[in-house]
Design a protein around this ligand. Structure first.
Ligand SMILES: Cc1cc2nc3c(=O)[nH]c(=O)nc-3n(C[C@H](O)[C@H](O)[C@H](O)COP(=O)(O)O)c2cc1C
Length: 375
């Protein structure tokens, strides 16, 4: 058996990547008020592209006006966004990078202060008894399938090398999968097959519209870490359904915005042991035993040794990094050049504040350190 290597050329449905590193989708907070690309955002993407990251995944990009959840978030719900996205993709390609667009609808976690619209979701009443959104009708479901499909077609027109559907972290597609949010009694709720129906309809519709040769990736929760939420076994069963539906690769994440802090997708605090370093190791092993399409694994990976071990043992096919690349955009290049010191990322989540206040995402802790070092 030939052992996989971190730094080898790989291909996903015809998309050739320089290595097995992925920049996991990261909301940068740098889009314009309406969601267009800005020069600052392009600059950040070009910097990543010049740093040998196999695949860059954009920040989550909303497919419908009521589906926005953050300021400075990219939008793709209208043709007018395509030209700006096209220019950004061109710049990334010129710098030698590959880029996928992550598309999302926030569902009940949309921010009505930003959208001015009532959030929608699978059910009006969540398990905690809060009424936070309007339950989607069959017509709403059809409209959102169409919104995701049109977004994917626009992404293809803008030149993105792939799209990634955001079906993790408790946003709309993840809400349908999760009994903690989905209490429907029609064919979109109840059994796992029913809860997965909406996601699979979105996948089929996108596949039909973009064609068999366009790489389609999905970010999926390996577990919700929420009372009554999606379990690990169920997540793997959904992955099998997605494989059958011709998805090209799955990125496993976990937790939702409503999960306890220590199980949120961005778990706080530096992992203490190599075991803690990989948030979803057991889920990944279960996945590899049951699913045939490549697995991108995100969450907590901080050291070269761990990344290498995950690839060599076949626990993951791609190493996906979020906060380490905010902390040090050149981390992958540094590792490739033989400096294998681990990431300095302390998982302190200080990067969220500047993303939210218009400055754009960056590592506040590193900047402070540099400031001190420089006097
Ligand atoms: C500032 C920030 C923004 C994020 N934005 C997104 C996003 O737009 N879409 C997404 O799927 N995950 C998003 N994430 C989660 C990351 O992609 C990743 O799953 C998470 O940070 C865990 O990986 P890590 O331990 O390598 O950081 C974000 C994380 C951070 C810190």
């Amino acid at each position: 058996m030939i052992m996989a290597e971190l730094f080898e050329k790989v291909s996903v449905n015809g998309m050739t990547l320089a290595n097995r590193f992925v920049r996991s989708a990261t909301w940068e907070g740098l889009a314009s008020r309406e969601g267009s690309v800005t020069p600052k955002l392009t600059k950040m993407m070009v910097e990543l592209a010049g740093n040998e990251i196999g695949l860059i995944i954009s920040g989550y990009t909303f497919v419908s006006p009521e589906g926005q959840s953050s300021p400075g978030q990219l939008a793709i719900h209208d043709d007018r966004f395509v030209a700006g996205l096209w220019a950004m993709v061109e710049a990334v390609h010129k710098a030698g990078g590959k880029i996928a667009l992550q598309i999302v609808h926030a569902g009940r976690f949309a921010d009505c202060a930003l959208t001015g619209l009532q959030p929608i979701g699978p059910s009006a009443v969540a398990k905690d008894g809060q009424t936070t959104c309007r339950a989607m009708s069959k017509a709403d479901i059809a409209n959102i399938i169409s919104a995701f499909t049109q977004a994917a077609v626009r992404a293809k027109r803008a030149g993105f090398d792939a799209i990634q559907l955001h079906a993790a972290h408790g946003f709309l597609l993840s809400q349908f999968l999760s009994p903690a949010f989905n209490q429907r009694t029609d064919e979109y709720g109840g059994t796992l097959e029913n809860r997965a129906r909406f996601l699979l309809e979105v996948v089929r519709s996108i596949r039909e519209a973009t064609g068999p040769a366009y790489p389609l990736l999905i970010k999926l929760n390996s577990e919700d870490f929420l009372e009554g939420g999606l379990t690990r076994d169920e997540a793997v069963q959904v992955a099998v359904m997605l494989e059958v539906a011709s998805v090209d690769a799955i990125e496993f994440s976990g937790g939702t915005v409503a999960s306890p802090e220590k199980f949120m997708p961005v778990r706080p605090g530096k992992p203490k042991t190599p075991q803690d370093e990989v948030f979803y190791r057991e889920a990944a092993q279960l996945y590899q035993a049951k699913v045939g399409i490549p697995l991108m694994l995100v969450g907590g990976i901080r050291s070269y040794e761990t990344a290498n071990d995950l690839i060599r043992r076949g626990v993951a096919d791609y190493i996906s990094l979020g906060r380490p690349l905010i902390c040090e955009p050149g981390l992958v290049k540094r590792w490739h050049n033989g400096d294998h010191r681990e990431s300095d990322c302390a998982s302190c989540n200080s990067c969220f504040a500047p993303a939210g206040d218009g400055r754009g995402v960056y590592c506040v802790t590193m900047e402070k350190k540099r400031g001190k070092a420089g006097g």
